[in-house]
Design a protein around this ligand. Sequence first.
Ligand SMILES: NC(=O)c1ccc[n+]([C@@H]2O[C@H](COP(=O)([O-])OP(=O)(O)OC[C@H]3O[C@@H](n4cnc5c(N)ncnc54)[C@H](OP(=O)(O)O)[C@@H]3O)[C@@H](O)[C@H]2O)c1
Length: 229
Amino acid sequence: MATYLVTGGNRGIGAATVKAIRALNPDARILIASRTAPELSHNVEWIEADLATQVGLSAVKEHLPDCDGLINNAGIMIGKGAFDITEQERDMTRAINQIAVVELSLALIKAAAGKPVRIVNNSSIAAHLGHPDIWYGMTKAAVLNFTKSVAKSFGPQGVVCNCVAAGPVETDMLNKIPDGRQQALKSAAILGRFAKPSDVADVMAWLAIDSPDYVNGVCIDINNGTYMR
Ligand SMILES: NC(=O)c1ccc[n+]([C@@H]2O[C@H](COP(=O)([O-])OP(=O)(O)OC[C@H]3O[C@@H](n4cnc5c(N)ncnc54)[C@H](OP(=O)(O)O)[C@@H]3O)[C@@H](O)[C@H]2O)c1
């Protein structure tokens, strides 16, 4: 039975990813790592973990030897400008968005010891365009770069590592974006709407389970034409 671990799988894009994995693989065991409890269903287990702490990371790492796929989805955006963000908020953003992604991925790769495993990282369009919350943008760019490094360094031993970079998605995180900016971002999309969590989740689940092995080290943009490159 394949096992997938989704960080932040309790709500937002992560919860939609759990559903999308279930749709692609009805028998999969799915582990959710988050601070607040998810809704549990058949073959879904919760690892209570604050990914900003070493204790939380250790709790998740214990389960990685069982895993075939790791979906690094959890993330935070403080949503303050460069001069307003506190040191604590900066450190928290880096810990969850960047350090946890690297630590968990490397722990999975080490535990896999040559067994094929997949890693899917949730970056952001902010990685390409920058962001008013500069630490958010920088951590998301780091995740994109890390994705490429992992694919290059560990691809030969069976690691497939890709990421997605979405524009605004209808989750709690969207509330951090002021209304005026939300309208501007929405009207730039071809469909004139934000992404639904499933628009991103379906791609992440595909990358975790079904995409060809040859797709490695890529970033799939999910922004409905707001940034074509
Ligand atoms: N929404 C967007 O517009 C958008 C666009 C591009 C990329 N993304 C990325 O998508 C990912 C998911 O975001 P979302 O939109 O679904 O946001 P969300 O609804 O706010 O969910 C954030 C998730 O991260 C988890 N998380 C936050 N801090 C954590 C911590 N210290 N330890 C463990 N888990 C923690 C949360 O779990 P708890 O409930 O336990 O806090 C929650 O499951 C993020 O990486 C985000 O950067 C979002």
